[in-house]
Design a protein around this ligand. Structure first.
Ligand code: ADE
Length: 250
C-alpha cells in the first residue's frame, strides 16, 4: 500500500496507548501539532492528536493529506451515546457523518453544508467494514482483560458494536435537554462527538478514505462529565489501542 495510514484521536489519553505500539516513532512538528511517524505491523503510519472541535479537526486532516501524504485516515476516540440502545462501553463505527450545529437556514436546509448540496458525508465502505469486524472482536475479548472492577464500575458487561450516523458539533453535550433536542432533530444519530464530520468533509474534498470508531464514554446527559477522565484512561485508551492494533495486524 502506497502512502502512510493516519491514526488520529482528539485527546492525549486516546492516542497514548496507540503510540505505545509504535516502536520507532519520530516526532515532526507542523502547524503547532506533533506528528509521530513510524511503523505498526509493517504499515507506515502517522499518529497525531487532532485537538478538540471541528476547526482543529479540519486543519489536522488537511495537514495529514497535504503534508504527510496519508492515503487513509482512521480516527479512534470517545463519544456520547444518543440513540436509546447506545450505552456506555458500547462502540459506534460511523457509516455517515453530519454536523449537527451546521445551520445556514433559511438560505439552505438545516444541516446542509453550503456548496455541497448535502448534509451527510460517507465513511469509506471497505475500511469501515474492516474496522467494524475488528471492533466487534475486540469488544468480545477486551472487557474481560480490563478486570472485574473496571467492568462493574462502568457497566461493561455486554457491550455492543453499532454502525450508523455519527454527528459532530462544537460543543460537549452535557445536558439531558440538549441530548433530547438532538435526538428529536436527528432521530437516526447514534452518538455525538466533536470532530468526525469535519474529518469527513475534508476527506471528501481530497478523496481520502476515512473510518471512525468511537467508544461511548457517556450518554451526553446531565451526568456526561462524571468519571469522564477515568473512562478515558482506563477504558477508551485500551479500546483504541486494541482496535488499531487488530486493524493493522489484519
Ligand atoms: N465526546 C464524548 N462525549 C461527548 C459528548 N457528550 N458531547 C460531545 N463530544 C463528546
Amino acid at each position: 500500500m502506497a502512502g502512510p495510514t493516519a491514526l488520529v484521536s482528539a485527546l492525549h489519553e486516546e492516542l497514548a496507548a496507540v503510540l505505545g505500539l509504535m516502536p520507532d516513532e519520530q516526532q515532526q512538528m507542523s502547524g503547532g501539532r506533533t506528528f509521530w511517524r513510524g511503523h505498526l505491523h509493517g504499515h507506515d503510519v502517522v499518529g497525531v492528536l487532532s485537538g478538540i472541535g471541528k476547526v482543529a479537526a479540519a486543519t489536522t486532516a488537511t495537514a495529514l493529506i497535504e503534508r504527510f501524504g496519508v492515503q487513509r485516515i482512521v480516527f479512534t476516540g470517545v463519544a456520547g451515546g444518543l440513540a436509546p440502545g447506545v450505552r456506555v462501553g458500547d462502540v459506534v463505527v460511523a457509516r455517515q457523518f453530519l454536523q449537527h450545529d451546521m445551520d445556514a437556514s433559511p438560505i439552505f436546509p438545516r444541516h446542509e453544508v453550503p456548496g455541497y448540496g448535502r448534509a451527510t458525508f460517507d465513511a469509506d465502505a471497505t475500511l469501515t467494514a474492516h474496522l467494524t469486524q475488528v471492533s466487534d472482536k475486540v469488544l468480545r475479548e477486551l472487557p474481560a482483560a480490563l478486570g472485574n472492577e473496571v467492568v462493574h464500575a462502568f457497566g461493561l458487561q455486554s457491550p455492543r458494536c453499532h454502525q450508523g450516523l455519527l454527528v459532530s458539533g462544537d460543543r460537549f453535550v452535557s445536558t439531558t435537554a440538549e441530548s433530547a433536542a438532538l435526538r428529536a432533530a436527528l432521530p437516526e444519530a447514534l452518538a455525538v462527538e466533536m470532530e468526525g464530520a469535519a474529518f469527513a468533509q475534508v476527506c471528501h474534498d481530497y478523496g481520502i478514505p476515512l473510518a471512525v470508531v468511537r467508544t461511548i464514554s457517556d450518554r451526553a446527559d446531565d451526568a456526561a462529565h462524571v468519571d469522564f477522565p477515568r473512562f478515558l484512561r482506563e477504558v477508551a485508551s485500551r479500546y483504541s489501542a486494541a482496535i488499531v492494533e487488530a486493524l493493522l495486524r489484519g
